[in-house]
Ligand binder design. Structure first.
Ligand code: PFF
Length: 456
């Protein structure tokens, strides 16, 4: 283990695909995507989200793979090695900062998911009503002991995996379990579609009404695309540095983005029909997943087993995503600061637990710190908003500028064609155009607008 940049590699393109998908799939698909679609008006938001994935997300992902594989370094070290000017390392530092910010709230939500596995097994949700499912959620979220306990459990699990370095073990587990998650989500989606009034939910998800769109919604969609695809913070630079020489990075990026989007849509199809069928609020916010999925399974045979399995697999997806986030921090500290891997893991987990408590204790209005506001947001919201909607897109903007305007096109073409082995020049040219012109312009416009310098 020890210093891993450039040493370890994924064995095949398929392994690289699963590892990257393991990072992309997570709470973003099953928890965040549905509630943001719900809060921001359904189909129109979904449409903008898909455009963000195609025109910005996939191009940024390709850039990250390119930088990682070319340098075979961690996020900060990569820019040191490749950059003409050391100032570009700022991208790596921003990545480190957002890795912390994301972990502060992500470990909290993952804790709720872990706790739901046990609640489901205990039968807490058997034949439950919409009203009592809300009471269960409040218990799990407000705590304060239970959510803090589960957050700690989450961080211990992530740390143990990272310390043991069972990355290959985890990859193998992911390879088997991610398809099972996929099947369970399909079962959920089918079950939800057979509920009375399901059509309204599907209509909400897929009906596009542009009058709903505001610049802020576009910023949210862009932030979600970055969060979903693990972009803008060096995670995929780190993973890219483990890719083999013959990996087709463009097709890997397209396949990851596509699979990730399908899982998000299935989660939406599982959730919105339930919301309408049980007359719940589409804008229920971060609690949406926890309020709806127990109802989907509540009245069917073996419902609690299916429910526990669903939350168990969601917790696996969340855990593999967290491993990729903490890996950014561990790779940086061990390779650039000479810290041992074990020390780096323990240091990070402790820091995340201490500051992450602020997110956990402010997650609900009834939480202990629920009405402490900084810049108009609770700690939980502040960590989430600053990372997803500010730092990740800024990181993405700098990455595409770096690749499109600072680096040489020939080097990009050479690396993406696997030293000329792949005859995909036309595809490379299309993505180079997106990287050089389309993505930076879109990212800059959305940004200037969000900070009030330019109005769409
Ligand atoms: N993509 C993960 C999800 O959708 O849950 C979250 C995530 C992982 C964000 C890794 C950022 C990252 F670097």
């Amino acid at each position: 283990m020890g210093n891993r940049a450039g040493r370890e590699k994924f064995s095949t393109g398929l392994a690289a695909f699963f590892a990257t998908l393991g990072s992309a799939l997570g709470l973003g698909n099953i928890w965040k995507f549905p509630y943001l679609v719900g809060e921001n008006g359904g189909g129109a938001f979904l449409f903008i989200y898909l455009l963000c994935v195609i025109f910005v997300g996939i191009p940024v992902m390709i850039c990250e793979f390119y930088i990682g594989r070319k340098t075979r370094k961690n996020a900060v070290g990569a820019f040191q090695k490749i950059g003409t000017n050391p100032a570009w390392k700022i991208i790596g530092y921003l990545g480190v900062l957002s890795a912390y910010l994301i972990m502060f709230f992500y470990s909290c939500v993952a804790g709720w998911v872990y706790s739901y596995v046990f609640k489901a097994l205990k039968g807490d949700f058997n034949a439950i009503s919409a009203h009592s499912v809300e009471a269960e959620l409040t218990k799990a979220v407000v705590g304060p002991i239970s959510p803090l306990f589960w957050q700690l459990v989450v961080l211990i699990v992530v740390s143990v995996v990272l310390i043991c370095g069972v990355k290959r073990g985890i990859e193998r587990v992911t390879k088997t379990l991610l398809p099972v998650l996929f099947i369970l989500i399909i079962i959920c989606a089918i079950r939800a579609m057979t509920l009375p009034g399901a059509f309204q939910g599907l209509y909400f998800l897929f009906h596009i009404d542009f009058s709903q769109l505001t610049p802020n919604i576009i910023l949210m969609a862009l932030g979600l695309a970055f969060f979903k695809l693990s972009l803008g913070m060096g995670t995929l630079i780190t993973y890219g540095s483990y890719f083999t020489e013959n990996n087709n990075m463009i097709t890997t990026a397209i396949k990851v983005a596509l699979s990730d989007t399908v899982v998000s849509l299935l989660a939406g199809i599982a959730i919105f029909p339930t919301v309408f069928s049980f007359s719940m609020e589409t804008g229920a916010g971060p609690g949406l997943l926890f309020l709806t999925i127990p109802l989907v399974f509540s009245q069917i045979p073996f419902g609690n087993i299916l429910l526990a399995a669903f939350f168990f697999l969601t917790s696996i997806a969340a855990t593999t995503a967290m491993i990729s986030i903490v890996e950014v921090l561990v790779a940086y500290l061990s390779e650039e600061k000479g810290m041992s891997r074990t020390k780096a893991v323990i240091f990070n987990a402790t820091l995340i637990m201490f500051i992450g408590m602020l997110a956990t204790l402010s997650a609900d209005r009834a939480s202990i710190l629920g009405d402490v506001h900084i810049f108009g947001r609770t700690f939980f919201q502040l960590f989430d908003f600053t990372s997803s909607n500010v730092i990740l897109p800024i990181g993405g903007l700098l990455i595409v500028i770096f690749v499109g305007w600072v680096g040489a096109k020939e080097e990009f073409r050479y690396e993406l064609s696997n030293q000329g082995m792949l005859k995909t020049d036309w595809l490379i040219s299309i993505f180079y155009f997106f990287i050089k012109y389309v993505a930076p312009v879109l990212l800059a416009v959305v940004f200037l607008n969000s900070i009030g310098l330019f109005r769409i």
